[in-house]
Design a protein around this ligand. Structure first.
Ligand code: GA4
Length: 328
């Protein structure tokens, strides 16, 4: 209780006292209909520039798979604490409870974090893949492969629209056998107050993150234009895409990784599942040659995903991770 109180107080200080602004802005979140071939590509690129965030409908991922996984997920989080603790502690992979990352962040959250990088899994599977039931693990793998495919389609539409070649320049990094991606399940339990921080503001370090949740609100994004926080209306049939830091660099700042956070809604449990698409560890993260205009210079120092990830995992959630790699 002491900790939850502290989390609540921090938020109360941070929150601008303008709830109505949030409601107005919820209307502006871009919705991409993947079945609409005329408009989707352009909307994706515009959304990445303006928000670093968009919602995808008509995505082709089987609804039944989504709801089955969600149900299994609820069942997992309903297990007795000592059962769940057998999958932990999260360092950073495994089952985590209230502690986020390794540097002192906390939140009103419990989660399962999976590494999906085959290279790392083969070295030490116990440390990076939480021991969940066989049935859940089959569903997880099927879900990841569906979501990864859909994410790759979206990345290819994005690249086509920007007239970059080859069109798999981004998607191949995530399809790569050695793609360093990860996957997480979050459970935000009902909170004692309705402003409790589930996970504090942060950007995702990877290329692209693709998440969905049950029908409980809580996700907020920060607008690029003025930094104000916007509540994202929940929609359990759709996927939400976040531009990550790596894509910000690869687009040389044209796209911005979106700052986001989750505030527990008080009354009901929120569960979410997120795929974080990352490149192979050895991949150089730098602006794509073909988008650079004549004379344009990279805004960032050159680094590999391995270097960036290592550096990111030493930061606190709210730190400006990319700032360390900007050219001065
Ligand atoms: C944010 C995106 C993913 O959830 C994650 C997170 C990771 C963690 O929960 O262990 C980090 C966070 C995330 C960024 C900074 C570091 C690492 C917690 C944290 C304080 C799994 C990831 O890859 O980076």
């Amino acid at each position: 209780v002491a900790m939850s109180q502290q989390i609540t107080d921090n938020i109360a200080q941070e929150r601008p006292n303008k709830p109505t602004t949030c409601e107005i802005f919820t209307l502006q979140i871009p919705v991409i209909d993947l079945a609409d071939h005329s408009d989707a590509r352009n909307l994706i690129v515009e959304a990445c520039k303006e928000f670093g965030f968009f919602k995808v409908i008509n995505h082709g991922v089987p609804t039944e798979l989504m709801s089955m996984l969600e149900e299994e997920l609820f069942n997992f989080f309903k297990l007795p604490q000592q059962e769940k603790d057998k999958c932990g502690p999260a360092n950073p992979f495994g089952y985590g409870n209230k502690r986020i990352g390794l540097n002192g962040d906390v939140g009103w959250i419990e989660y399962l974090l999976f590494c999906t990088n085959p290279e790392i899994i083969s070295q030490n599977p116990e440390a990076v893949v939480p021991k969940i039931s066989e049935s859940l693990s089959v569903l997880v793998n099927e879900y990841i492969s569906e979501v990864r495919n859909m994410a790759c389609n979206v990345l290819e539409m994005m690249v086509d629209e920007m007239k970059i070649e080859p069109r798999d320049v981004l998607s191949k990094l995530i399809r790569d056998d050695n793609s360093d991606s990860c996957f997480r399940f979050n459970h935000y339990p009902p909170a004692c107050s309705d402003h409790q921080m589930g996970i504090g503001e942060h950007t995702d370090p990877q290329i692209i993150s693709v998440g969905r949740s049950n029908n409980t609100s809580g996700l907020q994004i920060s607008l690029r234009s003025d930094g104000s926080w916007v509540s994202v209306p929940p929609d359990d049939t759709s996927f939400f895409f976040n531009v990550g830091d790596s894509l910000q660099v690869m687009s040389n700042g044209r796209f911005k990784s979106v700052k986001h956070r989750v505030i527990a809604d008080g009354a009901s449990s929120r569960v979410s599942m997120i795929f974080f698409g990352g490149p192979p560890l050895s991949e150089k993260i730098k602006p794509l040659q073909s988008i650079m205009e004549e004379g344009e210079e990279s805004l960032y120092k050159e680094f590999t995903w391995f270097e960036y990830k290592n550096s990111a995992y030493k930061t606190r959630l709210g730190d400006d991770r990319l700032g360390l790699f900007e050219k001065s």
